[in-house]
Design a binder for this molecule. Sequence first.
Ligand SMILES: Nc1ncnc2c1ncn2[C@@H]1O[C@H](COP(=O)(O)OP(=O)(O)O)[C@@H](O)[C@H]1O
Ligand SMILES: [Mg+2]
Length: 259
Amino acid sequence: MKLAVSGKGGVGKTTVAGTLARILAARGMRVFAIDADPDANLASAVGMAPEAAAAITPISDMTDLIKERTGAEPGAVAPVYKMNPRVDDIPARMSVPAHGVSLLKLGTVKKGGAGCICPESALLRALVSHLLLAEKEVVIVDMEAGLEHLGRATARGVDVMLVVVEPGRRSLQTAAAISRLSADIGIGRVALVVNKVTGDDAGFCEELAREYDVLGCLPFDEDVRLADLKEQAPYDAAPAYAAAVARILDRLETSESKD
Ligand SMILES: Nc1ncnc2c1ncn2[C@@H]1O[C@H](COP(=O)(O)OP(=O)(O)O)[C@@H](O)[C@H]1O
Ligand SMILES: [Mg+2]
C-alpha cells in the first residue's frame, strides 16, 4: 500500500501520517515513512526523540551522494546529469529506524522553475518513484502540498491520496481542489479524513460523507495536543486517537473508492 497524506498546513497531516506508520509497523509490515515537507517533523510524530530527529540529514543536503549519483553538484543548473540516477540502495542505507518504521527525510524538492530540474530533484524523484513502485513495502508520504512537484510518474505510484481537512465550509473547497488535481495526475483514489472534530461537527461529517469518500472523522483530542507538547508520538500518548486512526486504516483496506 502506498499512501500520500496531504491537506492545508496545520490540519494534522503529519500527526496522521506518523500514527499510520506506527500502526502498520505494529501490524508487522515493513514501513517507509517519507517526510516530503521541507519543514520536516514526521520523525517526532513517529516517536523519535527530538535530538535524534533533528540530527537526520535530509537527502537533498547529501551533496556527495547527489554528485556521485547524478554527476552534478546540487543546485547546479548542470547542462548534463543523470535524470535516472541509481537509487535502489538508498532506502536501506539512508533511512533512519524509529519504532519499526524506516524514516526518510527528503528535504527541499526544488520546483524547478524556468524549465530547470536540478540534480537533487532528479535524485529525490527517482527515490520516491522507486519506493512507490516497490512491491512489498508500505510507503507513507507526508506531503507539504501537492504531489505535482515530484512529477506525474511519481504521483501515479500512489494508491490513495488521503486528504486531511478540518470541519468547516472551506475544507470543501480544499477537498474539491485536491480531488481534481489528483485525478489530473493519475492518482486512483482520493479519500478524506476529517480531523479535530468536536461534538458540534457530527452533522458536517455526515454531510461530507454523502458527497466524498470519507474514511473517517477523528476527534479533537487533548491527548494529541499534549503529546505534541511533550514531544511524544500520538501513537504512544493518545490511545483513543490512535485507535480512531486504526479504524480509518481498516476502512481503507476494506472499502472501495466511491467513484
Ligand atoms: N485530532 C487532533 N486533536 C488535537 N490536536 C491535534 C489533532 N490532530 C493534530 N493536532 C495538533 O494540530 C497541530 C498540527 O498538526 P500537524 O500534524 O503538525 O499538522 P500538519 O502536518 O497538517 O501541518 C499539532 O499541534 C497537532 O498536535
Ligand atoms: Mg506537517
